[in-house]
Design a protein around this ligand. Structure first.
Ligand SMILES: NC(=O)c1ccc[n+]([C@@H]2O[C@H](COP(=O)([O-])OP(=O)(O)OC[C@H]3O[C@@H](n4cnc5c(N)ncnc54)[C@H](OP(=O)(O)O)[C@@H]3O)[C@@H](O)[C@H]2O)c1
Length: 285
């Protein structure tokens, strides 16, 4: 969209909300459960392993109709056979994958979970190529999938959850990872602004795991690098976060966030093993 210089109304509509953030107009606060997941269509990118798989398990437990998106055929087949979910083989960074998947599935909830393993290295050693890798995968995919959600558009009332780990405290050995994830948080806010301006009734919310999670691809990569830097074992390093957040715990917390009215107005939530769900940022009233 091109804004004319003289169009004050358009400037107000686009710039002012972007500086605060926008509460989707027709989402009123209710007590108790705001979304019953039974029979709801949910797409989880990266649901074949790690955190995404834990979320798929939690969603299946709540009788949601889940579609898992990932590249590797063997892991997709394994999750399809074990959990009786639908699977779609796609690379989230392909230009057409988001539109194709959303057109085929028409989901009520889209979870943008998949992300690349960060290339580890301290700031004084890391190359630009390694530093910028999360931007060319996670942020690129975020742009493509949020654009598809807004332009198809997804059905009114649909929710899009955007993974944004490392966005609060950063991750000093992960190059541009923390910044890339923070960008995804900002992009979710921008997406809410577009949705409100176009009266799409979509809600973009941000998930921020507040610890590194062992037994996952990204978690083990990061824990190994930090453990080496501190001269401890990966297990000792992970224990510093307190209670572990297992992938299924992550999934159960995301399900709570989707269904409990307490998180209806949360733009961003933190997820942690020992303290549970905390609201990091609310939609502006
Ligand atoms: N693990 C942690 O400690 C931690 C903490 C906070 C947040 N996170 C975030 O949570 C997300 C998942 O992390 P994880 O540790 O669970 O990762 P993981 O175990 O490596 O699993 C990644 C999943 O994403 C899929 N995937 C990766 N790249 C893809 C692509 N280009 N297109 C389609 N699917 C793709 C993988 O399947 P294929 O490779 O077969 O495509 C797999 O299903 C990431 O965004 C990560 O940054 C992780």
């Amino acid at each position: 969209m091109v804004l004319k210089e003289s169009d004050r109304a358009a400037q107000d509509r686009w710039l002012v909300p972007a500086l605060s953030n926008v509460l989707p107009a027709d989402l009123s606060t209710t007590e108790g459960e705001i979304m019953n997941l039974e029979g709801r269509k949910v797409v989880v990118t990266g649901g074949s392993r790690g955190l995404g798989l834990g979320l798929v398990e939690a969603l299946v437990h709540r009788r949601a109709h889940v579609t898992v998106v990932a590249r590797g055929a063997a892991a997709l087949q394994a999750v399809r056979d074990r959990l009786k979910v639908d699977v779609l083989q796609a690379d989230i960074t392909d230009d057409s994958s988001a539109r194709d998947v959303l057109t085929r599935t028409s989901p009520d909830v889209l979870v943008l979970n998949a992300g690349s393993k960060p290339r580890m290295g301290s700031l004084d050693e890391i190359s630009w190529e390694d530093f910028s890798a999360p931007w060319n995968t996670d942020v690129k995919a975020g742009l493509l999938w949020m654009q598809a959600a807004l332009t198809l558009p997804m059905n009114p009332g649909a929710r899009v959850l955007v993974g944004s780990s490392g966005a609060v405290n950063g991750s000093p050995l992960s190059g541009g990872y923390g910044g890339a994830k923070r960008m995804l948080w900002l992009m979710a806010k921008y997406a809410n602004t577009v949705s409100a301006a176009r009266k799409l009734d979509l809600r973009f919310q941000v998930l921020v795991p507040m610890q590194i999670i062992g037994g996952t691809g990204v978690g083990d990569e990061a824990a190994g690098a930090y453990a080496r830097a501190y001269g401890v074992s990966p297990q000792e390093f992970l224990a510093r976060f307190g209670a572990p957040l297992l992938p299924r715990d992550f999934g159960d917390q995301v399900v709570t966030m989707l269904t409990d009215a307490a998180y209806e107005n949360a733009l961003a939530v933190g997820l942690k093993g020992d303290t549970g769900i905390s609201v990091l940022e609310e939609f502006a009233a």
